[in-house]
Design a protein around this ligand. Structure first.
Ligand code: CO8
Length: 261
């Protein structure tokens, strides 16, 4: 795993099968400057390609997951320069990852920080985490999925309230509205996220990638199309050795040995 300027990348878990990426720009509360997003995208891409890593955890510090896009870097850009310089392009890399990505959010996850967490597949939060989309208070709107992903996961009223007020909300509220799946004491959060990553990594990576793709379809299609996609993928798993191995192992009362074939 190479060294990056703005993120620390390492392998975690007993079997070192979980990729751990820690955003590391403490002086700016992990504000997502271009260089940080580029480092993050590179680390995610590399871990996605590395065999032996079954899941990825993205975290920040106890004070901040990320306090948003870098306002100082962004403030003098223009409509034209944002288009020609491809602002936001690198961000897509994170949501393109085929392996499960878990956000472990402690402290502030505001603006682009909240959007980054929502690009991940699962969000675990520390009990003092603060979420929010404060863009309207600085004269812009969420630009990396805030208006869309909150609406899809929490419904219209919550999405409108969060995006139009710019108010912060707590980990508890985030859990209640379904944005966050579990809350842990701040100092246990990363370990718990890694444990979940280890559990995911204990399954067949091939099957996990298919399962992730199928859940993601729920956000892109009608129910009928989603169900039909799911059924085809379910059928397709029967062309893999891992399906045969998983079911043989169950019947023979032994642990399966996955080959991702
Ligand atoms: N950008 C740049 N610098 C920041 C940011 C930020 N988003 N957030 C904090 N910092 C810097 C501060 O300027 C300060 O630096 P300095 O010491 O040099 O003055 C340092 O981090 C510490 O911050 P504070 O002193 O403000 O710390 P506090 O504990 O008092 O407050 C807060 C913490 C509440 C998190 C506060 O810093 C804050 O409100 N930050 C801004 C939050 C915000 O508005 N985020 C949304 C940004 S817009 C956005 O994300 C749009 C997303 C669009 C997609 C992405 C496009 C690339």
């Amino acid at each position: 795993i190479p060294k990056y300027e703005y993120v620390e990348a390492s392998l975690a878990g007993e079997k070192k099968n979980v990729g751990l990426i820690r955003l590391n720009r403490p002086k700016a509360l992990n504000a997502l400057c271009d260089a940080l997003v580029a480092d993050l995208a590179k680390a995610v891409k590399l871990m996605d390609k590395t065999p032996g890593i079954g899941a990825i955890v993205i975290t920040g510090s106890e004070k901040a997951f990320a306090a948003g896009a870098d306002i100082k870097e962004m403030k003098d850009t223009t409509f034209a320069s944002n288009i020609t310089c491809g602002l936001l392009q690198e961000w897509q890399e994170i949501s393109k990852c085929s392996k499960p990505v878990i956000a472990a959010v402690n402290g502030y996850a505001l603006g682009g920080g909240c959007e980054l967490a929502m690009m991940c597949d699962i969000i675990y939060a520390g009990d003092k985490a603060r979420f929010g989309q404060p863009e309207v208070s600085i004269g812009t709107i969420p630009g990396a999925g805030g208006t869309q992903r909150i609406a899809r996961s929490c419904g219209k009223s919550k999405a409108m309230e969060i995006c139009l007020s710019g108010n912060q909300f707590s980990a508890e509220e985030a859990e209640k509205m379904g944005l966050v799946s579990k809350i842990f004491p701040a100092d246990k959060l990363v370990d718990e996220a890694v444990k979940l990553g280890e559990k995911i990594s204990s399954h067949s990576p091939l099957i996990i990638a298919l399962c992730k793709e199928s859940v993601n379809k729920a956000f892109e299609t009608s129910l009928a199309e989603g169900l039909s996609f799911e059924k085809r993928i379910f059928h397709a798993t029967f062309s893999t050795k891992d399906q045969q191995e998983g079911m043989d192992a169950f019947v023979e009362k032994r642990a399966p040995k996955w080959t991702s074939t």
